[in-house]
Each structure stands twice: as structure tokens, then as C-alpha cells.
Ligand binder design. Structure first.
Ligand code: PGA
Length: 259
């Protein structure tokens, strides 16, 4: 998948049950036009993934898992694997800050999950970003470097161009505090330069990079127009179908190829 489309992912987190997820989908289907320059991805609760996969028109929407376990099958009570999600979702979030900070996922977990996703033909959306403390200590670049290095260990150049990176400063997630576009641009440059170092210039050009953290209808365009940004990862604002569809329209207008 190239960078010609803007990618908009709605992460519903632990909101909307199966019934409400279906209702939301019907509402969104009516609100959103199919644009060839925008790809829309929904990340519902695991419980609703299967139901929505039977309901969605894949020309209009794709699905992402919010989480999964890195082993394919076995005695892992309560877990769902990438192997079980294969064919049901196209994408999966890996290393979201809530997984890292609430559920203590470490670099070795994100690394194993990136591998599991790739092994099962699911595109990993590797989420990275610094905490407030790291931000004030001017450590953003180092954090980005370390989280990328950990998540991308064992990834080949061929696999790397299909990975998506979501830059989400932890202090901007769910807080209403936005990262400055200039800082996001710096982070994106750092990410591409590390991809170049690890996998070469072609992959660094091809990798898709998203911004996430308190994106809403009013600020979405500020990020979408940044050079090097290929889309958005949206939490809170994705729960309102009207707001989410308004953001999708902004992505359509800000996409390079206005088809
Ligand atoms: P937010 O969440 O849009 O509510 O800040 C973003 C995310 O967690 O991916």
C-alpha cells in the first residue's frame, strides 16, 4: 500500500458494545462518501470485530484490532491471536501507550507483536511517543529512536515498507492538549531518518506515518497538511460519527491526489 491515500483510523478503545458498534457503522456508512484518496479504518472492541467484518463494505471501511497476543495458538486463556484475526482485520495497533503504560507492555512485547502481525498478513500500526516527563526533558528523539529500534528488530526491508508508524505523544492522548505541528514535523523527520538508516531511502519514503493525540474536527487539518504525515489515529473524536466523518472529509480535501 502506497502513500497516495490518507489513512484515518478510529480507535474506539473500550467503548461501544456489539449492538452500538453496528449502529455506529450504519450511521457512518450514510455520512461518509467513498473517496479514492482516503482509507478509513475502524478499531472496535475485540467483541465486535467479527460482527463488523461481516457488515462492512471493504471498499468503504477496513478493520483494525486494538490488541492481540503474539503467539499464534495454545494455552493462553483469555487471549486472541493475530493468527485468529487473520482475514478478519487488515490492521492491528501495536504498542499503544495505554498498552505500554496501563498493561505494562515492554519493548519485547511490541517486537513480538510486530512479528506476529506480519506473519499473519496483518499490517502493524506501531505506536510510539514520549511521556510528559520525557517531553520536558527534551528526550523525544531518543524515545522515538528506542521504541522504533525495539519494535523493528528482525523486520526485513521488504516488510518494513508495509509497516505503519503512529506518532502519539503520551501527554497528548485523551488530554485535549495538542502537539505543536512543528514538533510533529520534527518527529516525522526523525522517524523517516531512522527508517532510512535501518532499511534504506526507498523504504523511508514509502513508510506511512500517522499522528495521534487529541485530534478533533478543528485541528485535524493542521496535522493532515504537514509534509510527511499520511493520516491520523483518532480516539475520543472517532466515537461521534458526525465528527469522525467531518475529519474524513478534511482528509479528502488535504490529500495530495484530489480524486
Ligand atoms: P485521543 O486518543 O484521540 O482520544 O487523544 C488517541 C489514541 O489513543 O490513539
Amino acid at each position: 500500500m502506497g502513500r497516495e491515500k490518507k489513512l484515518i483510523i478510529g480507535n474506539w478503545k473500550m467503548n461501544l458494545g456489539v449492538h452500538d458498534a453496528s449502529l455506529y457503522l450504519h450511521r457512518l456508512e450514510k455520512l461518509v462518501k467513498v473517496h479514492r484518496n482516503v482509507e478509513i479504518v475502524l478499531a472496535p472492541t475485540m467483541l465486535a470485530v467479527q460482527t463488523l467484518s461481516l457488515q462492512i463494505d471493504r471498499r468503504q471501511f477496513r478493520l483494525a484490532a486494538q490488541n492481540f497476543y503474539h503467539r499464534d495458538f495454545g494455552a493462553y486463556t483469555g487471549e486472541v491471536s493475530a493468527a485468529q484475526l487473520k482475514g478478519v482485520v487488515d490492521y492491528a495497533l501495536v504498542g499503544h501507550s495505554e498498552r505500554r503504560h496501563i498493561f505494562n507492555e515492554h519493548d519485547k512485547d511490541t517486537r513480538a507483536k510486530v512479528q506476529a502481525a506480519i506473519r499473519n498478513d496483518i499490517t502493524p500500526v506501531l505506536c510510539i511517543g514520549e511521556t510528559a516527563t520525557e517531553h520536558s526533558a527534551d528526550e523525544t528523539r531518543d524515545v522515538i529512536h528506542d521504541q522504533l529500534a525495539a519494535g523493528l528488530t528482525n523486520v526485513t526491508s521488504e516488510e518494513a515498507s508495509d509497516i505503519i508508524v503512529a506518532y502519539e505523544p503520551v501527554w497528548a492522548i485523551g488530554t485535549g492538549i495538542n502537539a505543536k505541528p512543528a514538533d510533529v514535523t520534527k518527529a516525522v523527520l526523525a522517524i523517516r531518518s531512522q527508517f532510512k538508516h535501518l532499511f534504506g531511502s526507498k523504504v523511508a519514503e514509502e513508510v506511512r506515518i500517522l499522528y495521534g493525540g487529541s485530534v478533533n474536527e478543528d485541528n485535524a487539518a493542521d496535522y493532515l497538511m504537514l509534509p510527511g504525515i499520511d493520516g491520523l489515529l483518532i480516539g475520543g473524536a472517532s466515537l461521534d460519527a458526525h465528527v469522525f466523518s467531518a475529519i474524513i472529509e478534511k482528509a479528502h480535501k488535504n490529500s495530495k491526489k484530489d480524486t
